[in-house]
Design a protein around this ligand. Structure first.
Ligand SMILES: Cc1cc2nc3c(=O)[nH]c(=O)nc-3n(C[C@H](O)[C@H](O)[C@H](O)COP(=O)(O)OP(=O)(O)OC[C@H]3O[C@@H](n4cnc5c(N)ncnc54)[C@H](O)[C@@H]3O)c2cc1C
Length: 404
């Protein structure tokens, strides 16, 4: 057992420094502007693509790290730079993760590069699961996919909501029901290529936080896509549906398989926001003087910072463990992926709120970044499974009881 180490290796340290530089020099100075504009920050995405931080090679390098840590390190730094800008870069990876989780090797080779495009011709992807009446309960999706045998096409109808990059993405991955009677086991994931008729953006949402990331409805009206756009292929889907109809367990559920793989990555982003707020408020507490002394000299402030740092480090350990487990295919027997997302998300909300308290009035106004970090943090207890749903997954895993 001599090869065990908790230290980052040279490649990981180099990656961390490189991405930190981008976060510090490109994202931080632009964060306030794009939060106010509430628009997709194309110049930032272009710069990231030019530097090699947005693109298929970056993703391939990060996920090829057998320890699973590289992607977590990069995401923490990007969200430290700014969570909204980070989501505008990472929204694409939600669609990519769905293709990687459910697509055949040929589909992965064809579509993953198309999700990112090239620095001269940038593309975005989106992953559409949530619907107005199906958020946490993904088994009740109403979007239907019907196969048209005559033309070998799938016809999609339905409305997706809260979709990151929804309607502006060049590649949409849509989860739809093929057989509604089978709930989530009757669903499949479909690629809607750029230029397809029958897909459009609905309402664009104005949000509390991560406002540089575009969030909108996606409306599908008789949207016809080639048969080859069914992820995993029709034979595999037919086999799965047959097994489920016979009462046998399906090997995986389309949407859940994707969310499992992405949870530590969501936790890593929450961690980045928490660390930004902690570092800022630590420095502030050393500088700010009241009653003739720095406010950090009061235990009431210093103990807050001690707790913030402790929780951040604990969250990082959970995120890294879950990502290591995913990379080494260690089974998640206790909902460890969910634990990482749950704890990191709630840590980000707690730490950013404490940071506002430490800054007092300065924490509450838009001239300082701390209130933005708090607004940004809240989404991490909501999307990719709310905190309650993470607790449901963990409690079911540890108890074997179907907790409701
Ligand atoms: C900014 C943003 C970006 C998003 N991006 C995407 C995206 O790219 N793709 C996508 O598909 N979706 C996306 N979502 C949707 C997101 O995943 C959902 O909002 C989330 O899953 C919760 O669903 P809901 O909003 O319908 O809440 P609901 O499911 O209606 O939940 C409401 C409340 O009830 C609680 N609750 C529900 N069921 C239970 C239960 N069984 N036990 C205990 N409590 C329960 C929830 O925890 C929550 O507190 C995004 C959302 C936002 C806001």
């Amino acid at each position: 057992m001599t090869d065990f180490s908790m230290a980052l290796n040279d490649d990981q340290k180099t990656l961390q420094e490189w991405v930190h530089g981008f976060a510090l020099n490109v994202m931080r100075p632009a964060a306030h502007e794009w939060d106010e504009r509430e628009e997709t920050p194309w110049p930032i995405i272009e710069e990231a693509a030019r530097l090699g931080i947005y693109g298929v090679d970056f993703l391939a390098n990060a996920v090829s790290d057998k320890t699973g840590l590289s992607m977590m390190i990069a995401l923490e730094e990007l969200a430290w730079g700014d969570a909204g800008l980070c989501m505008s870069l990472m929204g694409t990876t939600l669609g990519v993760a769905a293709i990687m989780a459910n697509g055949t090797p040929e589909q992965q080779m064809e579509w993953v590069p198309k999700c990112f495009g090239t620095p001269d011709d940038i593309k975005l992807a989106a992953f559409g699961v949530s619907e107005p009446d199906a958020g946490s309960d993904v088994s009740s999706l109403r979007t239907r996919a019907i196969y048209d045998e005559a033309t070998d096409e799938w016809v999609l109808n339905g409305t997706k909501t809260w979709i990151s990059n929804g309607g502006i993405a060049h590649v949409h991955v849509i989860v739809a029901s093929v057989d509604p009677a089978l709930g989530s086991r009757g669903q499949a994931s479909f690629i809607v290529p750029e230029g397809t008729k029958g897909i459009r953006q609905g309402q664009k949402f104005s949000k509390m936080g991560i406002r540089a990331s575009h969030t909108a409805e996606v409306v599908l009206e008789d949207c016809r896509i080639p048969g080859s756009c069914l992820l995993g292929g029709k034979d595999k889907l037919d086999e799965k549906l047959a097994r489920v109809r016979e009462g046998k367990k399906a090997s995986s559920q389309a949407a859940m398989a994707t969310f499992e793989a992405t949870r530590p990555a969501v936790g890593a982003q929450a961690l980045g926001i928490a660390r930004a707020a902690y570092e800022y408020s630590l420095e502030y507490a050393k500088e700010r003087r009241q009653f003739g002394r720095a406010i950090i000299e009061n235990q009431g402030i210093a103990f807050k910072l001690a707790d913030m740092k402790t929780r951040i480090d604990a969250a990082r350990l959970l995120v890294w463990r879950a990502s290591w487990m995913a990379a080494t295919r260690t089974p998640f027997l206790n909902g460890e992926g969910s634990m990482s997302k749950l704890f990191a998300g709630e840590t980000a909300v707690h730490v950013t709120e404490e940071a506002i308290q430490i800054l007092g009035g300065y924490g509450y106004v838009r001239e300082y970044p701390v209130e933005r970090w708090h607004r940004d943090s809240k989404i991490y207890t909501i999307f990719e499974g709310t905190s309650e749903i993470q607790r449901l997954i963990i409690s079911r895993a540890i108890s074997g009881v179907h907790i409701k």
